[in-house]
Design a protein around this ligand. Sequence first.
Ligand code: SAM
Ligand code: SF4
Length: 324
Amino acid sequence: MFDKYGREIDYIRISVTDRCNLRCLYCMPEEGVSMVSHEEILSYDEIVTLAEVFASLGIRKIKLTGGEPLVRRDLPWLVKKLKVLPGIEKVTLTTNGLFLKEALGELGEAGIDGINLSLDTLNPEVFAEITRRRGLDKVLEGFYEALKYPEIPLKINCVPLGREDQEVLEIAELARHYPVHVRYIEMMPIGLGRQFRSVGEEELLKQLREKYGTPSPCQEKLGNGPAHYYSFPGFFGKIGFISALSHKFCGSCNRVRLTSQGFLKTCLQYETGTDLRKLLREGASQETLKRAVEQAIRDKPQSHRFGEKDTGEVETHMMSQIGG
Ligand code: SAM
Ligand code: SF4
């Protein structure tokens, strides 16, 4: 499936819930989050029906996200159903890790193809400040448990907030000691993220170079996303950067998003897309759903305009509602 700018769309992020057991400063407010009722959220069966439509149009990879996907019951059941859809090659998950340890066995059995663990700091006090909850110990238990499943590739995602006590270089140590890739994600000016300074890739690379020596840029493409990677001397894993602002990658964007309420969102920054839940619940045929998805993908915006003044129909939702 190609959009009108010739980009091939083969990857979808599917949010299974708006709810979360953390309240990261840049993602969700402490209070005043209006909880979406269960009826408004797509059922697993509805997600599978839509995933079949996506797969028939060329989607190959699915990332399950949220809110926190592991707060929704029986997630491994959904993984199993998605894994057997013709055309789907990979089903992966992004999680804050609080429930990861308990879920790993079943996720492994269901055939999960990879896990991204979001982890912004290794300092328990700073973790509690950034997430407004305690629980770094549980997240780390999840991390160590995940290392016992070498067949499930593990990546760590860290969003620098521009505060010194976050000590983001400590996160790189995980790639030094363990076979995991660590990626630094530039803060995006969406929702609560607008209040923070984006820490650019050059700034971080300089600090990493001073501490660990000169890295070599990784030539081969790792994974399916916009990250680019470096190898540092003596590291098991690689260090990656996802820099939507300083290294805009819209020209090679391959993704769309499905919110937990069934809205197919075609660009992170804009509210463009189509309401698939409405069609689904009106009893639309597979053909009608297909045509709606095709149309929405064809009209995917050319690029984001973060940092520019006139940004038109900008996204007003929080990242927890979009799925990251
Ligand atoms: N709760 C899960 C987690 O934390 O991985 C999945 C949902 S979360 C919205 C997905 C990713 O989006 C996380 O890695 C989070 O750090 C990232 N994120 C949230 N707000 C962001 C922002 N404003 N800029 C960049 N990344 C953001
Ligand atoms: Fe929850 Fe993930 Fe958002 Fe943090 S980043 S509040 S863990 S959804």
